[in-house]
Design a protein around this ligand. Structure first.
Ligand code: GUN
Length: 175
């Protein structure tokens, strides 16, 4: 059974694997392998923090190649994809941060920074946008584009973990 009451269950361990993946498979963007790996070790009534920690450890112990795939699974912020093409989580994160209401100048800045950043690092700029304004995001973007590749890889993975925790909180507290 998908959607409805099941998708809002506060008891992840009661879902069968398919339902669990349907609900938690996008906590890490387009990367259901993370949810699948924690499924066997879920404990009754597991809460956000321990579940986030388990998922984080799956990613942290994955190969750099898989981590890179995970980073590359993210869409550009304020990118050319239409809102309809984004995952539900990405769409609401971006609209909550006002990224769908950029001025033409901001849009031009995002597009140029997205281009330079992706060329530099080989993955899109990722930042947990909750609580940030467009100007904060652009400021962080301008700073991070000058980081070394190693620093930026680590920073991006850390931001992905923050985004995942926020997504988990949203799913589990939606009841
Ligand atoms: N930060 C929060 N959500 C997203 C997203 O979907 N893509 C990118 N690049 N950064 C994000």
């Amino acid at each position: 059974m998908h959607g409805g009451i099941v998708s809002r269950s506060p008891y992840p361990e009661r879902l069968d694997l398919m339902d669990f993946i349907a609900v938690f498979g996008s906590v890490y963007e387009h990367s259901p392998w993370v949810a699948e790996a924690v499924y066997p070790s879920l404990t009754p009534g597991i809460d956000v923090a321990p579940m986030a920690k388990q998922m984080r450890s799956v990613v942290d112990t994955a190969s750099d190649e898989l981590k890179l795939d995970l980073l590359r699974a993210h869409p550009d912020l304020a990118g050319r994809l239409s809102l309809a093409e984004l995952t539900e989580s990405s769409r609401s994160e971006q609209t909550d941060a006002g990224l769908d209401r950029c001025t033409p100048e901001e849009l031009r800045d995002f597009q140029e920074l997205n281009r330079v950043y992706t060329e530099q690092f080989g993955f899109p700029f990722i930042i947990a946008v909750r609580g940030l304004q467009r100007t904060d995001i652009l400021e962080a973007f301008r700073i991070r584009v000058n980081n070394s590749s190693n620093t930026e890889f680590t920073t991006a993975i850390e931001q992905v973990h923050r985004i995942a925790k926020l997504r988990l909180e949203t799913i589990i507290n939606e009841n």
